[in-house]
Design a protein around this ligand. Structure first.
Ligand code: AMP
Length: 199
């Protein structure tokens, strides 16, 4: 049982790495960005409310985001653990996540931040815009706003978990496989023998 937060700026490779980690460790992947895009796609009231913030590259308010995350966690009582991707992005979200984990008799074990410089982020996100089809990926000033929001509102979450001795940094530049190995070196010691899928 391990609960981990995959952290880092937009475009740092969290979603790509989460998919590989799910395969290796059998965890449930929760991406709040993906959940919002599903809600928008389904035309729900929550999706409509979130869309205005997302289209400006701003954070969706905490009460909306935390409620949605809680529902998703509670929908998986069978989970052997979670990978949180794109959550928490504010200190109140981190505090809410710790409370939720405690209610479930669990805890966050690790936060791993993928480090990528700003210009590389802009290059990557612009590059993926055609494939992702995301309006917030296609506009450079919105990309730069998302980076600024990350630095101002989200980066303190790293320090919040560092105070609990849980935060790690990983170089987010390299091949997908190289970066995956860097993550496994940190996660493997926390996984009980037999729990990890064969490499
Ligand atoms: P992402 O797919 O993680 O890049 O998220 C896309 C957008 O969804 C972000 O730019 C925010 O507008 C919104 N979003 C995703 N996760 C959160 C969160 N934890 N808190 C607030 N807004 C979020």
């Amino acid at each position: 049982m391990i609960n981990l937060i995959l952290f880092g700026p937009p475009g740092s490779g969290k979603g790509t790495q989460a998919a590989h980690l799910v395969e290796r460790y059998g965890l449930v992947h929760i991406s709040t960005g993906d959940l919002f895009r599903q809600e928008i796609g389904n035309g729900t009231p929550l999706g409509k409310e979130a869309q205005a913030y997302i289209s400006r590259g701003e954070l969706v308010p905490d009460h909306i985001t935390i409620g949605m995350l809680r529902n998703k966690v509670e929908a998986h009582p069978e989970a052997h653990g979670f990978i949180f991707d794109g959550f928490p992005r504010t200190i109140p979200q981190a505090e809410a996540l710790d409370r939720l984990m405690a209610e479930e008799g669990a805890a966050i074990h690790l936060l791993i931040a993928l480090e990528v410089e700003d210009e590389e982020i802009v290059r990557r996100i612009k590059g993926r815009a055609a494939i992702s089809g995301r309006a917030d990926d296609a506009n450079e000033s919105i990309i730069r706003n998302r980076i600024a929001v990350y630095k101002n509102e989200t980066a303190p979450v790293f320090d919040y978990y560092a105070r609990q001795g849980k935060s790690h940094r990983v170089n987010g530049i390299g091949s997908i496989e190289e970066i995956f190995q860097r993550l496994c070196i940190i996660i493997d010691p926390l996984v009980e023998p037999g729990e990890s899928a064969p490499a």
